[in-house]
Ligand binder design. Structure first.
Ligand code: SAM
Ligand code: SF4
Length: 345
C-alpha cells in the first residue's frame, strides 16, 4: 500500500479509454473544435491492463472506465474481461452518457462489469438536446432500461445541476430514480479544465439542492457510510436519505471540496497519470509501458509519485475566492490532456 504526504491511500483508479465523445455537454465540451489525442498514442487494451495491474500493489481496489465516452471504444467488453480477471479488483465500474448502452449492456455485464453510472442531466428531450447538442434522451433512457435487463442493479444517475438551466428538475430526477430503482446523484458544476464557460452564478450548490429537496420532502438526513441500510459505494458523494427513505447523493466539489478524503487518480487514454482532477501536469506512463524495462520501473514510479503527492486542487480553487474557468482555450488546445473529457471525469 502507498500513502501520500497527507496520509491518503490510493484506492480508486479512473481509466479513460478514449478522449472522443458523441455528445457536447456544455459544461464539459462547449467549444466547436478540439485537439484530439493522436490515435497511435492511445494505449492498447493490453497496455491499459498492464497499467491497471501496476496500480494494484499500491492499494487500488476500485477501477472505473470513463472518457470521453467510453462506449465509443471498440470492443470495450474485451478490456473489461481483462480487468475483471485481475486479482484484488473489488469494484469494476463504468461511467457513460448511456447513448450507446442499450446495444452493449449485456456484453459488458457478461464480461464482468460490476456497476454502471449513467450521466443524465434532464428528463426533457429538448433540454437534453440544448445541453448536449444531440437529440439523445430516448437512447439514454433505453440504455438505462437495457442495463437493468442485463442485471445491473442500483444504477447511479449523475445529474450536473446548472442554476437557471435544470435545477427545476431535481425533484423529477429523484422521482425518476425512485420509480426505476436507481440512485440519483446531484453534482455541482465544477470549474475544471474544459469548462471554459464556467461562471459562479451557474453553480447550484449542495445547500441549494438540499433546500429544494427539503421543501418538497421534509427533513433530509445525512447517511453515515457503513450504515447497514446504505448499500454500495458512495464516494465521492455524500449520501442523504429523505423522510420516506430514499437515498440520494450530492457531489459538492465546488463549494465543499473533499480533498482530505481523496483516494483517486486518473490515467488518460494515452497513458498520462494525473493525481488530481485539477492537476496541470501528469506523469507519462506510456513512455514507460512502451520501454523495455517497464515492469521493473512502472510500480516504482507510481509509488514514488504517490508518496510525494500533496494535491488538494479543489480546496485550492475554493481558496481563490474569485473564480473563473481553470484554463483558457489556447492552453487547452496546446495541452488537450487538461480537458475533463481527456483526463477522465
Ligand atoms: N462521457 C461519460 C459521461 O458523461 O458519463 C464519461 C465522461 S464525463 C467527463 C464524466 C462525468 O463528468 C459526467 O458525469 C459529467 O457530467 C461530469 N462532468 C463533466 N464536466 C463537468 C463539470 N464541469 N462539472 C461537473 N461535472 C462535470
Ligand atoms: Fe458530456 Fe461525458 Fe461527453 Fe463530457 S465526456 S461531453 S460529460 S458525455
Amino acid at each position: 500500500m502507498a500513502l501520500d504526504r497527507f496520509g491518503r491511500p490510493l484506492r480508486s483508479l479512473r481509466l479513460s479509454v478514449t478522449d472522443r465523445c458523441n455528445l457536447r455537454c456544455r459544461y464539459c465540451m462547449p467549444e466547436v473544435n478540439y485537439q484530439w489525442l493522436p490515435r497511435p498514442n492511445l494505449l492498447t487494451f493490453e497496455e491499459l491492463a498492464l497499467v491497471a495491474s501496476s496500480f494494484l500493489p499500491l492499494g487500488v481496489t476500485r477501477i472505473r472506465l470513463t472518457g470521453g465516452e467510453p462506449l465509443l471504444r471498440q470492443d470495450l467488453d474485451q478490456l473489461i474481461r481483462m480487468l475483471a480477471d485481475l486479482p484484488g479488483v473489488d469494484d469494476l465500474a463504468l461511467t457513460t452518457n448511456g447513448v450507446l448502452l442499450a446495444d452493449q449492456a449485456q456484453a459488458l455485464r457478461d464480461a464482468g462489469l460490476h456497476r454502471v453510472t449513467v450521466s443524465l442531466d434532464t428528463l426533457q428531450a429538448e433540454r437534453y438536446q440544448a445541453l448536449s447538442r444531440v437529440d439523445g434522451l430516448t437512447k439514454t433512457l433505453a440504455g438505462i432500461r437495457a442495463a437493468q435487463e442485463a442485471g445491473f442493479r442500483r444504477i447511479k444517475l449523475d445529474m450536473v445541476v446548472l442554476a437557471g438551466t435544470n435545477e427545476d428538475e431535481i425533484l423529477d430526477m429523484l422521482a425518476f430514480a425512485a420509480e426505476n430503482d436507481c440512485e440519483a446523484r446531484f453534482i455541482e458544476y465544477m470549474d475544471v479544465g474544459g469548462a471554459t464557460r464556467w461562471q459562479p452564478k451557474e453553480v447550484y450548490s449542495r445547500d441549494q439542492i438540499l433546500a429544494s429537496i427539503r421543501e418538497a420532502h421534509g427533513e433530509v438526513h445525512q447517511v453515515e457510510e457503513g450504515e447497514a441500510d446504505s448499500p454500495g459505494i458512495a464516494a465521492p458523494a455524500r449520501r442523504y436519505r429523505t423522510a420516506s427513505g430514499q437515498l440520494f447523493g450530492i457531489i459538492a466539489s465546488t463549494t465543499q471540496p473533499f480533498c482530505g478524503d481523496c483516494d483517486r487518480s486518473r490515467v488518460t487514454a494515452d497513458g498520462h497519470w494525473f493525481d488530481c482532477l485539477y492537476a496541470s501536469k501528469g506523469v507519462d506512463l506510456r513512455q514507460l509501458v512502451r520501454s523495455e524495462d517497464c515492469l521493473v520501473s512502472l510500480e516504482e514510479v507510481l509509488r514514488g509519485h504517490w508518496q510525494a503527492r500533496d494535491a488538494r486542487g479543489a480546496e485550492k480553487r475554493l481558496e481563490l475566492g474569485k473564480r473563473g474557468p481553470q484554463f483558457d482555450l489556447d492552453t487547452l488546445l496546446s495541452d488537450p490532456r487538461l480537458e475533463m473529457h481527456t483526463k477522465g471525469g
